[in-house]
Design a protein around this ligand. Structure first.
Ligand code: LMR
Ligand code: MN
Length: 444
């Protein structure tokens, strides 16, 4: 009788495969000493057991014994050259030993066997970065992120490579993502912000001055809560798309984005909750809604999600990221958004001929399929679709491009605090009906 599936069994397995299976189960539970004993048992029954050699090699890496790991993994590969995992772990061990060229070759072999092997792409990036081939490292990390989007170490590795290429703003986005996944990494973010500030001292200083002025307004905001209004940011109804790398990425990826949106069934949309319509029907498909990620919807649209998460999008409660469908005959009445800290971007997906458009301030524009319109939705705006066809746009809120990474990081912190306080704030607003009507704001 073998005892596969019962890793705690004290019975000594009689076949190498049985011992190996038990060892893997224990390894998976991080019971490393017991796993070691059973890998050894497997190898004493079959000294060439490729699986046991490979995983004992991995265990040696976890024990910080990379030389021993290399020996075992090379033996595993001699036995089974088609095991992508063995090549990958060997690459990691060689990377640990500083032999980056060989480490890279191992990851390439692993990837030739399994092209979308996320961990291999990650460590291929590490090897390339160490070899000074930074642009290739970035591409490899980006491919790895497509496989494992929630990996904080990968986000940090990409941030380091971007920073090494002088792309501080993008490095910031990924550093902040890492902290979002693992708050224990906050120090890494504050150190990165320090380095960005040293490289661009004038810009960083101007940002901190704006932030001070903003916080200064909290002293006088009792009568009229206008915490959304941020000083010193360029204000205009429409802004240049080129100032937002994320908007350009949306345009570049238009074909894939359109395909993702067109694959959504009408029933997957929900009715927009805020009562801003004069008539018609306004339906939305939400990716992020005031700091909450809609995992299911994001999974349905991987390209859109990747662009959202690789750019300075507002994913706090001050931002909305969604597909917006205006049915024929719909009119959204004039209203104001809550803050100038963001700029709102509409990517035209399906734009009917005829009378449909957007007015911001005194200027009216019409969307075009595949192009972005960037506007300040804290100014009065309205939208309508007086045609016989639905109008569909992808709406993405970006941090105002004048804001420095440090300002964004602090504003995100403040927004998190504000959502934490939302209940008491609501009570305050209800008790202050007059100020509430003065500051009447909508998110949509
Ligand atoms: C808005 O952002 O207020 C509207 O323009 C939304 C939309 O779908 O046009
Ligand atoms: Mn609006």
């Amino acid at each position: 009788m073998d005892n596969i599936g019962d890793p705690t069994s004290a019975v000594t397995p009689t076949s190498a495969d049985a011992a190996f299976e038990q060892a893997m189960a224990l390894h998976g539970e991080n019971r490393l000493d017991e796993a070691e004993r059973l890998y050894q048992a497997a190898l004493s029954l079959d000294p060439g057991h490729a699986g046991a050699l490979c995983y004992l090699g991995l265990l040696r890496l976890q024990q910080d014994r990379p030389e021993d790991s290399v020996t075992l993994l090379q033996q595993a590969i001699e036995r089974d050259a088609g095991a992508a995992e063995a090549h990958h772990h060997l690459g990691v061990a060689l990377e640990r030993l500083g032999v980056y060229g060989q480490a890279l070759a191992c990851q390439d072999t692993a990837l030739a066997l399994i092209p979308d092997y996320g961990d291999a792409l990650h460590h291929r990036g590490q090897a390339l970065h160490a070899l000074g081939r930074v642009p290739e490292a970035i591409a490899s990390y980006e491919a790895a992120l497509a496989q494992s989007p929630d990996d904080p170490q990968l986000e940090l590795a990409l941030a380091a490579a971007l920073e090494a290429s002088g792309r501080d703003e993008e490095a910031f986005v990924h550093c902040r993502n890492a902290v979002g996944f693992d708050p224990a990494l906050t120090d890494q973010l504050s150190q990165a912000l320090g380095r960005f500030g040293q490289r661009q001292p004038a810009k960083a200083q101007a940002g901190m001055q704006r932030l001070n002025r903003y916080i200064g307004t909290f002293l006088t905001n009792q009568a009229n809560a206008r915490m959304g209004v941020y000083p010193g940011l360029a204000s205009a109804p429409y802004h240049d798309v080129a100032r937002l790398p994320g908007a350009l990425a949306l345009e570049r990826n238009y074909a894939a984005i359109k395909a993702e949106i067109e694959a959504l069934a009408a029933t997957e949309f929900q009715a927009e909750a805020e009562n801003l319509m004069e008539r018609g029907a306004w339906d939305v498909f939400l990716f992020y809604e005031r700091s909450r990620k809609n995992e299911e919807n994001c999974e349905r649209c991987p390209t859109i999600t990747r662009i959202i998460e690789a750019n300075n999008t507002v994913r706090t409660q001050a931002g909305l990221l969604y597909v917006s469908k205006l049915s024929p005959g719909t009119h959204i009445r004039p209203h104001l958004g809550p803050t100038n800290q963001r700029l709102r971007c509409h990517l035209g997906i399906r734009i009917p001929e005829g009378d449909c458009g957007l007015r911001v301030g005194s200027e009216t524009r019409k969307w075009q399929e595949g192009s972005c319109i960037v506007f300040d939705d804290s100014l009065e705006h309205e939208a309508w679709n007086h045609t016989d066809e639905p109008r569909i746009v992808l709406i993405i809120d970006f941090w105002h491009p004048d804001l420095t990474p440090a300002e964004i990081a602090y504003l995100e912190g403040l927004h998190r605090f504000a959502s934490f306080q939302a209940v008491s704030l609501n009570r305050y607003w209800t008790a202050n009906a007059e100020s509430r009507s003065q500051a009447r704001k909508h998110y949509d």
